[in-house]
Design a protein around this ligand. Structure first.
Ligand SMILES: *[C@@H]1O[C@H](CO)[C@@H](O)[C@H](O)[C@H]1NC(C)=O
Ligand SMILES: *[C@@H]1O[C@H](CO)[C@@H](O)[C@H](O)[C@H]1NC(C)=O
Ligand SMILES: *[C@@H]1O[C@H](CO)[C@@H](O)[C@H](O)[C@H]1NC(C)=O
Ligand SMILES: *[C@@H]1O[C@H](CO)[C@@H](O)[C@H](O)[C@H]1NC(C)=O
Ligand SMILES: *[C@@H]1O[C@H](CO)[C@@H](O)[C@H](O)[C@H]1NC(C)=O
Ligand SMILES: *[C@@H]1O[C@H](CO)[C@@H](O)[C@H](O)[C@H]1NC(C)=O
Ligand SMILES: *[C@@H]1O[C@H](CO)[C@@H](O)[C@H](O)[C@H]1NC(C)=O
Length: 618
């Protein structure tokens, strides 16, 4: 509705403007430009006037108080029915002692742990990075904090962010940590994901050792929230309930959270970001389909729900006192996509939510975050295209969000299409309803959607595996109805689509009726990785992406009445993009030889945009 009102207004303005710009109706009218002037050429003395005042990024202030959101672990442990034993394991270094460990009778001993790595059978596994212990942080020199020249065009809004707006940056463990087989971590699906010669996640950014400096660099830029993820395979190497908790991992993330708080920032923690334990895999086959993601990646395993809930409880019991915002699952669709997988995610998520608010009586917020590149109808005036877009949203989002946010049944399209789909019963719906305090969404871009050529019905009833559009049964494109790209293209699937983003926020808020956390958004600039460092750092397309999206968030809040709770930029640093380093989503670059980080221009531009729109002091 909002869109049609806007286009009517534009039409009226175009008619008014016709007298001034008479030749064509095609180019944009400029109703504000009523005065025409005539040039008056003249001579004047010349001087260089383009000197600028140098500006520096300002660090977040040091913390003065520590807020707590739940009782501390020692208090919680007393009244929980679950207790956890702890242990430590070594590091898996091929052909060294831990492999020949002698505690073969212990199901969770060193030998059992090592055998998981042997079974994982990694090609070319190496632990070789630059670091093997935690590196302490040093202050960021002010020379690195000078703001870059501004781009010529920029946002022209006059809005400020609400005072409780969560602004920050995000990253995920497997994409930055490295040290995958060190200090007790067991193999995750991601170590098996990148076959052949593709880069592995074994070393990446060595953030497992460099987290203190990485946090320091964010604080120096003035970033308030740092969103990171904790790997299940570090906390519980044997994954399942009743198996021992890895004390080294508990200590590591304890220290990381302390480092975030000491730097004056606030942590946001995601429990599962694609790195589920390898033992849940249903098969050797990790089929990758761009629209569906990684099939057979374990969420459908019968042991998954109880195991995830146990893991979630371990994290919350240890860290909920200091972490105010929690996410259970990152983009579960990409890993869960069959009926059972999603059903498991919905049920596991709900249990963790109830534990957080009812057993821990914690006072922060806990939710879930989804992927869905907003499906926009190719021809919005064609009812069948609108139905196709609705179906796309239902299968990617409504599937999870109907029960979790509204207590509503799985969508009919899902129940009718997916093999093995079963409705939730009333007591399940009542238990699942309202189990997310916010709607997390990673709205990188938009996708142009129209019905499958044979029609949705015919496609949906043809469950043949060679039917490549099944189960969505819609065409997905990146061009609009007139054949233009939907926006400026990145290195990968992301196009700059800020106006679709605003429409999307409108859709999400009015459909699922919960505050929206834009939990990831970002732009891998085309061919950035092949450019000289100084050219990589001057990343104007990424600035355009971020500032336009942030500007649309403000309009969404103030003009559409949409509650956007916050926005977390992806990613705080270039990282391992699941077998690829050429898609650089970072707002900092990394030298892969020295592990040196450099701020990109877009990082300054984004922070400057937010800082210059702080709430007015009352
Ligand atoms: C730029 O240089 C001129 C001449 O030295 C000086 O008057 C002016 O204050 C400078 N402007 C800024 C912003 O530094
Ligand atoms: C399910 O996970 C368990 C580990 O909990 C594993 O032993 C089993 O093989 C998995 N099942 C399938 C079908 O992969
Ligand atoms: C894995 O894929 C291969 C080739 O498509 C197939 O032959 C095999 O049956 C699959 N294995 C499983 C367990 O699905
Ligand atoms: C609407 O879209 C369908 C499917 O793409 C197409 O067959 C039909 O001709 C379109 N109708 C109109 C009025 O454009
Ligand atoms: C709903 O399903 C659950 C299993 O998930 C079962 O325990 C319960 O008895 C069912 N309730 C009703 C009312 O059918
Ligand atoms: C099902 O889809 C496949 C692959 O697109 C196609 O070859 C086959 O003819 C379809 N079957 C029916 C009954 O439409
Ligand atoms: C990484 O750093 C090394 C050492 O300073 C330098 O020689 C190299 O050119 C850098 N690599 C890139 C891609 O900038």
């Amino acid at each position: 509705m909002r869109v049609s009102i806007l286009s009517l207004t534009a039409f009226a303005v175009a008619i008014e403007a016709q007298e001034l710009y008479l030749t064509t109706t095609g180019y944009a009218a400029r109703p504000q430009c009523t005065k025409q002037s005539t040039p008056k050429y003249h001579f004047q003395p010349f001087s260089y006037t383009l000197n600028e005042t140098v500006r520096y990024a300002t660090s977040v202030p040091s913390p003065t108080t520590t807020r707590t959101y739940a009782p501390a672990y020692t208090d919680i442990a007393k009244h929980l029915t679950t207790t956890w034993s702890t242990s430590t394991w070594g590091s898996w270094v091929p052909e060294q002692t831990v492999i020949s460990a002698t505690d073969t009778d212990d199901p969770y001993g060193q030998a059992a742990w090592s055998s998981m790595w042997l079974q994982a059978d990694l090609e070319d596994y190496t632990t070789t990075g630059l670091f093997s212990t935690t590196v302490s942080s040093t202050p960021v020199p002010s020379s690195e904090l000078v703001l870059p020249p501004r781009d010529y065009f920029g946002p022209t809004d006059c809005y400020n962010f609400p005072k409780d707006f969560v602004f920050g940056v995000a990253g995920s463990a497997a994409q930055i940590e490295g040290a995958v087989a060190l200090e007790g971590r067991s193999p995750s699906l991601l170590e098996k994901l990148a076959p052949g010669n593709k880069p592995k996640d074994y070393v990446t950014n060595e953030n497992y050792f460099l987290y203190k400096q990485d946090i320091q660099r964010l604080a120096a830029m003035g970033v308030e929230y740092y969103s990171f993820t904790i790997p299940w395979t570090r906390i519980l190497p044997f994954a399942l309930p009743g198996t021992p908790v890895n004390q080294q991992a508990i200590d590591h993330y304890d220290d990381l959270i302390t480092a975030v708080l000491d730097a004056g920032m606030t942590p946001v923690v995601t429990m599962l970001h694609f790195d589920s334990p390898l033992m849940f895999r249903a098969s050797e086959n990790y089929t990758i389909r761009p629209d569906i993601g990684y099939i057979n990646a374990g969420y459908q395993n019968e042991t998954f729900v109880d195991a995830f809930v146990n893991y979630g409880k371990v994290l919350l019991a240890h860290y909920a006192d200091r972490v105010p915002i929690w996410v259970t699952f990152n983009e579960p669709l990409l890993y869960a996509f069959n009926f059972k997988g999603v059903d498991h995610v919905v049920k596991a998520h709900a249990q963790v939510y109830h534990f957080y608010h009812e057993e821990l009586k914690a006072k922060g917020r806990i939710g879930i975050k989804f992927n869905d590149n907003f499906g926009v109808p190719k021809d919005p005036k064609n009812a069948s295209h609108v139905l196709a877009a609705d179906r796309f949203q239902e299968m990617q989002l409504g599937f999870f969000a109907n029960p979790i946010f509204l207590g509503k049944q799985y969508p009919k399209s899902v129940l009718k299409t997916l093999p093995g789909a079963k409705p939730l019963n009333d007591s399940e719906l009542a238990y699942i309803k309202g189990t997310s305090d916010f709607f997390g969404i990673d709205p990188y871009t938009a996708t142009v959607v129209s019905p499958a050529d044979e029609g949705i019905e015919a496609c949906a009833s043809n469950k043949s595996t060679s039917n490549s559009l099944f189960p969505y049964c819609v065409n997905q494109e990146t061009k609009n109805v007139y054949g233009w790209n939907i926006g400026y293209r990145s290195q990968s699937y992301v196009y700059i689509t800020p106006t679709h983003f605003r429409e999307y926020l409108f859709y999400l808020w009015n459909t699922f009726r919960h505050p929206i956390l834009v939990s990831e958004f970002g732009f891998p600039v085309h061919a950035e990785a092949s450019r000289d460092l100084s050219d990589q750092l001057f990343d104007s397309p990424r600035s355009v992406y971020y500032l336009s999206f942030m500007s649309e968030i403000l309009k969404s809040i103030y003009e559409d009445g949409v509650h956007v709770m916050g926005a977390l930029a992806w990613s705080f640093v270039d990282n391992w993009e699941f077998g690829d380093y050429s898609q650089q989503f970072g707002i900092q670059a990394v030298n892969r030889t020295t592990q040196e980080r450099s701020y990109k221009k877009s990082f300054f531009d984004l922070v400057d945009f937010v800082k210059s729109r702080q709430p007015k002091k009352a």
